[in-house]
Design a protein around this ligand. Structure first.
Ligand code: PEP
Length: 251
């Protein structure tokens, strides 16, 4: 039985005081809703305040990126050890905005993932096709290749600490959503590739989220699909009632 994971990606939103106010608002709404894991991935400087506000609740706080080196001359970067020391449990890696605007490649996504796992972090590994690839009918090949490259050299044991977030790039922040059937099919393709790499049993344990304009209106249908085990949510994770409705859909 796979467990739903509902994760918010705040992106570059919420100062520490805004994050505190938001967590204080949503905490009572999601209290006792323990049928899914609830995570908010915060900007680095906001993590401490969000963690403090979330203390004693069923909300976990994650980060949005991590560097692959342990330490050194990498101005502006944050290491896995740093995140671990302040109590971070989850980190997003390979988000399409990192790939699109900051030159992330499958190679660096793989390095970051390995570094995060080595430090004891859990990874929300994002991948997905761009619009032209979907229109060209090569979505399965693209996500299959990303899955293989991003997971290169990662053991079945380590995979237990990875959640894959299938995020079609054309659906992120655009208001366009993959249909539940598209989401199910592509998450299924990713699961099949993982089965080829690690065996069916391991693949059936893997949590695969859908991300791309998931909201209070479409979450229930998306989450009802066999291969969709949760959501990575951007815009709707900034509005307490909307995010709470998605948590409800996962109950
Ligand atoms: C995201 O940032 O991962 C995301 C899916 O954003 P949105 O829900 O706004 O499309």
């Amino acid at each position: 039985m796979r467990r739903y994971v509902i994760a918010g990606n705040w992106k570059m939103n919420f100062t520490p005081s805004e994050a505190t106010a938001f967590i204080n608002e949503i905490k009572p709404l999601v209290e006792g809703k323990n049928n899914c894991d609830i995570i908010f991935c915060a900007p680095f400087v906001t993590i401490g305040a969000a963690m403090e506000a979330a203390k004693g609740s069923n909300i976990k706080i994650g980060a949005q990126n991590v560097h692959f080196e342990e330490k050194g001359a990498f101005t502006g970067e944050i290491s896995a050890k740093m995140l671990k020391e302040i109590g971070v449990e989850y980190v997003i890696i390979g988000h399409s905005e990192r790939r699109q605007y900051f030159g992330e490649t499958d190679y660096t996504v793989n390095l970051r993932t390995k570094a995060a796992l080595a430090a004891g972090l859990k990874v929300l590994l994002c991948l997905g096709e761009v619009k032209e690839e979907r229109l060209a009918g090569i979505t399965n090949e693209v996500v299959g290749m990303q899955t293989k490259l991003d997971l290169a050299g990662i053991s079945a044991e380590e995979l237990k600490n990875i959640i894959i977030a299938y995020e079609p790039v054309w659906a992120i922040g655009t208001g366009l959503t993959a249909t539940p059937e598209q989401a199910d099919e592509t998450c299924g393709v990713i699961r099949d590739v993982v089965a080829d790499l690690y065996g069916r049993e391991v693949a059936e344990e893997l949590i695969i989220q859908y991300g791309g304009s998931m909201n209070d209106k479409n979450a229930a249908e998306l989450l009802s699909k066999t291969n969709v085990d949760g959501g990575l949510i951007g815009g709707a994770s900034l509005v307490a009632e909307k995010f709470n409705a998605i948590v409800d859909a996962a109950q």
